[in-house]
Design a protein around this ligand. Structure first.
Ligand code: GN1
Ligand code: MG
Length: 370
């Protein structure tokens, strides 16, 4: 099919420097923000695939800046990875396909921003870690990712979503949504709103530390969920880190925290059976070991001192964002069923409780490794 969701994929693909014949394309629905299409082409009789994406320009209001960052980050990472080993480079880094005019994105007549990547073959990704070793590998991969980007001058990378991790503003946005109650959902979400109000101090932790000048800005990924790590189908080796849209200067803690969120819980992000939402400390220990095996060299003592709190901060903030979006009528995170953002929020809050229970144990692990 060349027409999907009202977009003519064949025509769009034709805008890029793809030297192959279009066969068909279909939507890949896992991301919450952008639209992703997998494109099947044929080149000299052999199949070849590409990723075509429409950038959500309501969320990313400056798509050109996003693409500039993606270009800088992919080029820098490619150089680094190539200098370590040249084997399998197209599976170890993301490769942007330029437009026919040489630009990194194409804007259609309706004002949509499109980009194309080479499809990375023979890899898999998942929502949940199955073994502690996977958590260790993912931790090491993001530690290495930060390390590789450490010498990319921060001024080359711009902020794509201003105040993305500003938890204080996230709480304001929630209170605004509660006041407006556009969808009449406040009454049925009172326990979740109360949870946010009781625990709102959590958003202050990094704001205060930053105000005191304790934590430096580094180039970070900002969406380190396990889904964004591609593993080799046969060997489980980490091949590539994807989703570079939120690569920005920030705190390493949000990267570490999002790994704690997605690697230690055995439940899906929108699991309805909250008894399934637990925190697996053996997975945390493995993650911390993997991450610090790369990051120990460049992190300060102050940064390490805050690692054990990172999970609850990012998880709480994401829960606040899901709840806010539920109250606003699901305008930010894509939903596939009614109430999905509320389910997502509930899972995050349950996980925050589990993280609070395990905080001392997490501190002990980090102290022993640091
Ligand atoms: C969003 O679109 P996706 O799935 O890559 C969100 C992240 C959240 C994540 C939760 C730009 O990422 O912040 O952590 O969902 N991205 C943006 O799954 O808001
Ligand atoms: Mg993302």
């Amino acid at each position: 099919m060349s027409e999907v969701n009202g977009y003519n994929l064949e025509k769009l693909v034709g805008q890029f420097q793809i030297v192959a014949e279009f066969v068909d394309g279909y939507a890949w629905t896992k991301g919450h923000i952008n639209d992703t299409y997998i494109i099947n082409c044929r080149q000299g009789g052999s199949p070849i695939r590409y990723i075509l994406q429409r950038i959500n320009h309501h969320v990313f209001q400056q798509p050109a800046v996003v693409m500039q960052n993606v270009k800088e980050a992919t080029q820098h990472l490619r150089k680094k990875i190539a200098s370590e080993s040249s084997a399998d480079l197209t599976r170890r880094t993301m490769t942007l396909v330029p437009t026919r005019g040489g630009a990194s994105y194409y804007m259609d007549s309706a004002g949509n921003y499109w980009r194309a990547y080479v499809f990375i073959e023979r890899v898999k990704s998942s929502h949940v870690a199955e073994k502690p070793e996977q958590a260790e590998q993912v931790g090491r991969a993001f530690g290495l990712f930060q390390k590789r980007l450490a010498d990319l001058p921060t001024e080359r990378i711009q902020e794509t979503i201003p105040q993305f991790h500003n938890g204080v503003l996230r709480i304001y946005a929630l209170e605004k949504a509660v006041r407006e109650d556009k969808q009449n959902r406040v009454e049925s979400t009172q326990p979740e709103i109360d949870f946010c109000r009781t625990n709102r101090g959590i958003v202050q932790i990094f704001a205060d530390a930053q105000a005191k000048g304790e934590l430096p800005q580094r180039i970070t990924h900002n969406d380190t969920k396990i889904d964004n790590v591609l593993l080799d189908q046969e060997t489980d080796e980490v091949m590539c880190i994807v989703d570079l849209d939120t690569v920005m200067p920030g705190l390493i803690h949000y990267d570490f925290g999002d790994m704690v969120r997605t690697l230690t819980s055995p439940a899906d992000e929108d699991e309805r059976d909250l008894d399934k939402v637990t925190m697996r400390m053996d997975f945390f220990d493995a993650l911390a070991k993997g991450y610090l095996s790369e990051a120990n060299d460049f992190l300060s003592e102050a940064e390490k001192g805050y690692l054990a709190q990172a999970g609850k901060v990012i998880t709480f903030q994401l829960g606040v964002r899901f709840l806010t979006d539920h109250l606003n009528g699901d305008t930010y995170f894509r939903v596939h069923r009614e109430g999905q953002n509320l389910d997502r929020a509930r899972v995050q809050f349950k996980l925050v409780e589990r993280m609070l229970e395990n905080e001392e144990a997490m501190k002990a692990t980090i102290a022993a490794l640091g």
